[in-house]
Design a protein around this ligand. Structure first.
Ligand SMILES: C[S@@+](CC[C@H](N)C(=O)[O-])C[C@H]1O[C@@H](n2cnc3c(N)ncnc32)[C@H](O)[C@@H]1O
Length: 294
């Protein structure tokens, strides 16, 4: 069974991925590295229209079903059909039945069957194991495509430390983070604060996103902290956080906003390379692709 999620923004996200994979392998095909595609939220490899399997914890319930339609090849299939080809494919998926479906890709792509590795488990755990290996002779593109807040900052740090991986990550700016930041700071539940700390790797987001408005100074003696950040400020802060761990010049400053047909921002697609030598080239390619898609 295909995996059902997404909408027009999904098509855009996958178009960007597809273009980057081709451009990346054009450059890497002549180089003496073993080059892998890693997909840590791999799904099933296929995406159908509709979203019946999304729970409120994945998305919030005020998004109508009309916002959530689409029909696409998923990221795993896009990577398997990309040309020039990758030498190996690592698909990580937490859901056992989706992982089982990924295994059937070996039958569909028999020439690549021995190059496909499927890991059923939590992306953060699996990636930290993978990133801790010796990357001297290896390079990879890593796609992180979670529904929401699943990518821990510790994982981003581990990726940056490889000095070998190019990372494309879907940041849930509108679909989750913005909704976890109510106007009044004191009304944020501790569990949400903990989730935001895990996502950003710090609690400093509170100082960034909240401040004392001039109105609360005038009329409110207690001086309530109120929300100052817009969705684009939230995404900009995540990009800024990435620049603290990735090499200089290795982070694309302007992430790509992914919106519903009515223009509501759901996600920002962010890019960084851990490879200092590739920083300028990789970021230029991604800026060009983002520019054409925005
Ligand atoms: C948006 S879908 C990915 C779609 C896929 N990139 C594609 O284009 O077909 C997110 C997937 O991540 C899986 N998932 C959710 N949390 C996870 C986690 N912590 N570790 C690994 N997979 C996870 C879900 O089961 C789901 O299949």
């Amino acid at each position: 069974m295909a995996h059902q999620f997404g909408g027009p923004w999904t098509e855009k996200k996958l178009a960007v991925l597809s273009k980057y994979l081709r451009a990346y392998m054009q450059i890497l095909k002549e180089r003496p590295f073993h080059v892998a595609y890693i997909d840590a939220f791999a799904g099933t490899g296929r995406v159908e229209s509709g979203s019946p399997d999304l729970s409120p914890s994945d998305l919030f319930d005020d998004l109508s079903r009309d916002d959530l339609i689409g029909y696409f090849d998923g990221s795993a299939r896009i990577a398997l059909t990309s040309d020039p080809p990758f030498q190996s494919f690592i698909f990580i998926e937490r859901n056992p039945s989706r992982a089982e479906e990924l295994r059937s890709l070996r039958d569909e792509f028999p020439d690549k069957a021995s190059a496909i590795r499927i890991e059923c488990g939590n992306a953060n755990d699996k990636l930290r194991e993978l990133c801790a290996k010796n990357w001297n002779r290896h390079r990879a593109v890593l796609f992180l495509d979670p529904y929401g807040m699943q990518v821990n900052w510790a994982t981003i740090e581990a990726i940056a430390e490889t000095r070998a991986i190019d990372l494309m990550v879907l940041f849930p700016s509108g679909v989750a983070v913005n909704r976890m930041l109510p106007d009044d700071f004191t009304s944020i539940p501790q569990a949400w604060k903990d989730a935001l700390n895990r996502l950003f790797g710090t609690d400093e987001w509170a100082d960034r996103f909240y401040g004392y408005s001039s109105q609360s100074d005038l009329f409110n003696a207690s001086g309530e902290l109120t929300k100052q950040a817009r969705i684009q400020d939230i995404a900009a802060y995540y990009v800024e956080r990435m620049t603290t761990v990735f090499p200089a010049g290795g982070v694309v400053e302007e992430p790509l906003a992914l919106c519903t047909p009515k223009g509501r921002v759901l996600y920002h697609l962010c890019f960084a390379t851990a490879n200092p030598r590739a920083a300028a080239t990789a970021c230029k390619i991604v800026r060009d692709i983002f520019g054409k898609e925005s």
